[in-house]
Design a protein around this ligand. Structure first.
Ligand SMILES: [Zn+2]
Length: 145
C-alpha cells in the first residue's frame, strides 16, 4: 500500500476500530438480551406467572442492572468516539502523553497513563480513610467498563 500515514492518524484509526468494535459487541448483546427478555415474558404469560417468580432460573434481578450498565457503557463509548474525533481521547489528563493502546484496550475509559495512575494510587494509599473512600469511587467509575 502506497498510502502515507502519520503515526498519530494510525493510532487514531486503531483506537476508533477498537471503540467501534466494542460498541458493535455491546449493541448486539443488548439487543439479544432484550429479545431474550421478551421471550421470557411471553413464556411467563403462557405459563403461570407465580411459577416464573420462584423458578431458580429466573434472573431478572441481575439482568436489569447489567443491561443498565451495558447501555451506560455504550453511551460512554459514544462519548469516547466524539472525543476521538476531536483528538482528545486517549491522552493522559496529567502528563498529556498518549495512553498506551494496550491500556486503552483493557480500560477504554482510562484517563491516565500507567505511570500517572500508579503514582496516583500510591498517593491515595497514604491518605486518610474518608478521602480514600471518595477517591476509590472515582477509580471504580473509571474502570467499570
Ligand atoms: Zn500520564
Amino acid at each position: 500500500m502506497g498510502t502515507r500515514r502519520t503515526p498519530a492518524t494510525n493510532r487514531q484509526n486503531e483506537l476508533k476500530a477498537m471503540l467501534e468494535g466494542r460498541k458493535r459487541e455491546l449493541s448486539s448483546e443488548l439487543n439479544a438480551r432484550k429479545r431474550d427478555a421478551r421471550t421470557r415474558n411471553a413464556a411467563a404469560h403462557a405459563r403461570n406467572t407465580e411459577q416464573e417468580i420462584t423458578e431458580p432460573g429466573s434472573h431478572t434481578d441481575i439482568e436489569l442492572p447489567l443491561m443498565r450498565l451495558k447501555s451506560e457503557t455504550l453511551n460512554r463509548i459514544d462519548a469516547a468516539l466524539k472525543k476521538l474525533a476531536q483528538g482528545t481521547y486517549g491522552n493522559c489528563v496529567e502528563c498529556t502523553d498518549p495512553i498506551s493502546k494496550e491500556r486503552l484496550r483493557a480500560l477504554p475509559f482510562a484517563v491516565r497513563c500507567t505511570s500517572c495512575e500508579e503514582r496516583r494510587e500510591a498517593t491515595l494509599r497514604q491518605r486518610q480513610p474518608a478521602e480514600q473512600r471518595r477517591a476509590y469511587v472515582g477509580v471504580v467509575t473509571e474502570i467499570s467498563a
